[in-house]
Design a protein around this ligand. Sequence first.
Ligand code: 2BA
Length: 109
Amino acid sequence: MKLILAIVQDKDSNRLANEFIDSNIRATKLSSTGGFLKSGNSTFIIGIDDNRVQEALDLIKETCQARKQYVSTPVSLDLSLDGQVPYPVEVEVGGATCFVLPVDAFQQY
Ligand code: 2BA
């Protein structure tokens, strides 16, 4: 058995949860926050048999799309001005960031 941790954008999370139900893939959805953008995203915990890992990853890949986002970053002006002005920087947020971990034991009570 493996544990997949999949961090996806909130916009894709409901559709992905429904795809998991349709495919009989058990998952838990957590609300999470990206460390860089500090905005909400969703993390799925998926416990799955080894022989279905690729199926789950394919489903995530098909369902989640990359999008561009703008983040307002204070930038120091290298001029006589002392202040900082917010400067919009384009960031491409990936469709999904996935980790696949081994599972030592799985028990349900
Ligand atoms: P955030 O940390 O909010 O990052 C959003 C996007 O900002 C990233 O998209 C990346 O394009 C950009 N970014 C992140 N850190 C950066 C930096 N130090 N400098 C410049 N740009 C930066 P993704 O890479 O697709 O990541 C989407 C979300 O997945 C992340 O949201 C974070 O919540 C999670 N994530 C990505 N890599 C991770 C990792 N190695 N470990 C844990 N979580 C990760």
